[in-house]
Design a protein around this ligand. Structure first.
Ligand code: BTN
Length: 289
């Protein structure tokens, strides 16, 4: 039998029609920010939803609120020019196009609020404990281990648009993990691995947080996202070693996330230094790994 999209019954395809029905809004928004998702497409295979959506945006071929989902990516991209690879239909791979109303200096909060939204939605729908590793890693936090199950990539396309991409490992098996520190919802003991409800929950949670953040003009304190991020961030309170470009290393305790979304690292001498996600090449525990 020729393999088709139904061949692997443990990894059924996404239901584009049902996702559209559940998520897309027609008509006029009551308030700016109320209506986020305007178009949703599930592609069978694409190099990267991120690359594709950035290029459609540059060509004027994508509306804000577009959600581009892929069943398979052949050249998925991670942060810091890393690759993101996963077997077809083993996870959620999607990018969304945003035209934020908040001032551009607040846009750094978009990937962080996406993390808050996703971690909460995954915990609720899959019944798995989740946490956030600053800045953009989504972790499954089991009894005695933390594994990365998702990642977020944000790119400012021009003065008006941001493309936000997210990858979540749903049914990846141990032997399929890209690195031993990775994980998946299934490996974390998820109560459900049906990707349709999980995607719906993540996109609705994002819509909700993004709406609150927009209504607060991007102020992370006023909309509560800073507090929610800090509450879910496993990095805080830990000793970290931040590798900065040019070989500089910063060693200390991660004590806070500031209003610009930067991680504040306090050295042993008590000097506090905020570091931005874009300035860190690696963030590691100060001891081990
Ligand atoms: C990271 O952890 O480094 C971020 C990973 C982001 C992966 C997602 S998968 C969907 C979208 N398309 C991509 O090529 N990358 C993002």
């Amino acid at each position: 039998m020729t393999p088709n999209r139904w061949s692997d019954l443990s990894r059924p395809p996404l239901n584009q029609t049902a996702l559209r029905r559940a998520l897309l809004h027609e008509g006029t928004p009551l308030h700016e920010g109320d209506v986020l998702w305007t178009h949703l497409e599930v592609l069978e295979s694409v190099n990267s939803t991120h690359t594709e959506l950035v290029s459609r945006t540059r060509a004027g071929e994508a509306r804000p609120g577009t959600v581009l989902v892929a069943e398979e990516q052949t050249a998925g991209r991670g942060r810091l020019d890393r690759a993101w690879s996963a077997p077809a239909r083993s996870g959620l791979f999607f990018s969304v196009l945003l035209r934020p109303a908040a001032a551009a200096e607040r846009w750094g909060w978009i990937p962080l609020l996406a993390g808050v939204a996703a971690a909460g939605a995954l915990a609720r729908t899959a019944g798995v404990d989740t946490g956030l590793k600053w800045p953009n890693d989504i972790l499954a936090t089991g009894a005695d281990e933390e594994r990365k199950i998702g990642g977020i990539l944000a790119e400012r396309v021009d003065d008006e648009h941001v493309v936000l991409g997210m990858g979540v490992n749903v049914t990846l098996r141990e032997e399929e993990l890209p690195v031993p520190t990775a994980g998946s919802l299934a490996l974390a003991g998820a109560q459900g691995t049906d990707r349709d409800p999980i995607l719906r929950a993540v996109l609705r949670a994002f819509e909700d947080w993004y709406g609150r953040w927009t209504a607060a003009d991007g102020d992370p304190t006023a909309c509560g996202v800073l507090e929610a991020y800090a509450a879910g961030c496993v990095t805080l309170g830990r000793s970290v070693r931040a590798m900065l470009p040019g070989g500089e290393e910063l060693l200390g305790e991660a004590v806070a996330v500031d209003g610009d979304g930067r991680l504040v690292i306090a050295s042993e001498q008590g000097v506090q230094r905020p570091v931005a996600a874009g300035d860190i090449v690696h963030l590691r525990p100060a001891t081990g790994k």
